[in-house]
Design a binder for this molecule. Structure first.
Ligand code: C2E
Ligand code: CA
Ligand code: CA
Ligand code: CA
Length: 276
């Protein structure tokens, strides 16, 4: 039995080792992904809840790696830990602003929402990066929205408020992503110069009129509106979700019901089919 135990331990070690190596390899690949042009932005439409008119898109990163499409859930945490999120985040910001500018030039401007990770937001040069990207792309910042999570805004409130205000002064909009999943005090909300709350999809998936999730969504919408904020729900998958959200006066929706995240060519087709 002792012998077996030793073997088990050795196998365990080997597996740990293999995983660590795999991870390092993935990290190395990720490092070159930008230069090799393997990263691609997908765009998920956001729409008015009543007219279903498209008002904007959220940019979602995809990685074409060894013939597969790797989910950001797998590599964003790795990018955060390794610091690769800094060059990657810069590429995302620049590419998203270039696309926003292209839509503006075409006379079909859209709000372009960009996810900002914690580490990116906390980087000392984040503000100057945003300023520089806005300048070099010549995009109208009124159409750029930065999505930050609750956990970001909860850290070091005073410094955060100042940074958020400086970002607003550049002309961009700010939204709080995954709202309702953090452990934050609600009082911080009125101190932060934000524009929009994004109700986390975990409150939307099981939404039924009168159930507990509906009570939470109701509370978030009222809170947001009382603070003068727009409220969008994400993860809207069915007509029933849409109906309950409309009944609760949510302003905007995003989710598979309306559209999946799409590569640019498909989004362009989707947009023209919506106009026609
Ligand atoms: P998130 O910002 O909360 O993005 C929403 C996620 O929900 C996306 O997953 C989207 O594809 C998915 N989704 C959209 N509609 C529905 C729906 O109706 N039902 C369900 N079940 N899911 C839906 P995705 O693209 O895999 O991204 C996962 C997470 O990775 C994002 O969550 C975000 O935290 C991160 N991420 C994605 N792109 C970026 C990026 O460019 N930068 C950073 N920093 N993080 C990103
Ligand atoms: Ca987001
Ligand atoms: Ca979200
Ligand atoms: Ca999320």
């Amino acid at each position: 039995a002792q012998q077996q135990g030793g073997n088990a331990l050795r196998y365990y070690d080997q597996e740990m080792n293999a995983r660590a190596i795999e991870r390092l390899a993935l990290e190395a690949d990720l490092r070159y992904a930008i230069e090799r042009n393997q990263l691609q932005l997908y765009f998920q439409p956001q729409a008015h809840i009543h007219s279903l008119q498209i008002i904007g898109v959220e940019c979602l990163i995809r990685w074409h790696h060894l013939g597969k499409l790797v989910s950001p859930i797998e590599f964003i945490p790795l990018a955060e830990e390794s610091g690769l999120i800094i060059p990657m985040g810069e590429w995302i910001l620049r590419t998203a602003c270039q696309q926003a500018k292209a839509w503006q030039d075409a006379g079909t401007p859209l709000i372009v929402a960009i996810n900002i990770s914690v580490r990116q937001f906390q980087h000392p040069h984040f503000l100057s990066l945003v300023r520089q990207v806005l300048q070099t792309t010549a995009v109208d910042p009124a159409w750029i929205e930065l999505e930050i999570t609750e956990s970001v805004v909860m850290q070091d409130a005073d410094h955060t408020i100042e940074l958020l205000q400086q970002l607003r002064d550049l002309g961009v909009m700010l939204s709080i992503d995954d709202f309702g999943t953090g452990y934050s005090s609600l009082s911080y909300l009125r101190r932060f110069p934000i524009n929009k709350l994004k109700i986390d999809q975990s409150f939307v998936g099981n939404l039924v009129s009168g159930n507990q999730d509906a009570a939470i969504v109701d509370a978030i919408v009222r809170l947001g509106h009382n603070l003068g904020l727009t409220v969008i729900a994400e993860g809207v998958e069915t007509e029933a979700h849409l109906a309950v959200l409309a009944q609760l006066h949510c302003d905007e929706i995003q989710g598979y019901y309306f559209s999946r995240p799409l590569p640019l060519a498909e989004l362009t087709r989707f947009l023209s089919s919506q106009i026609a």
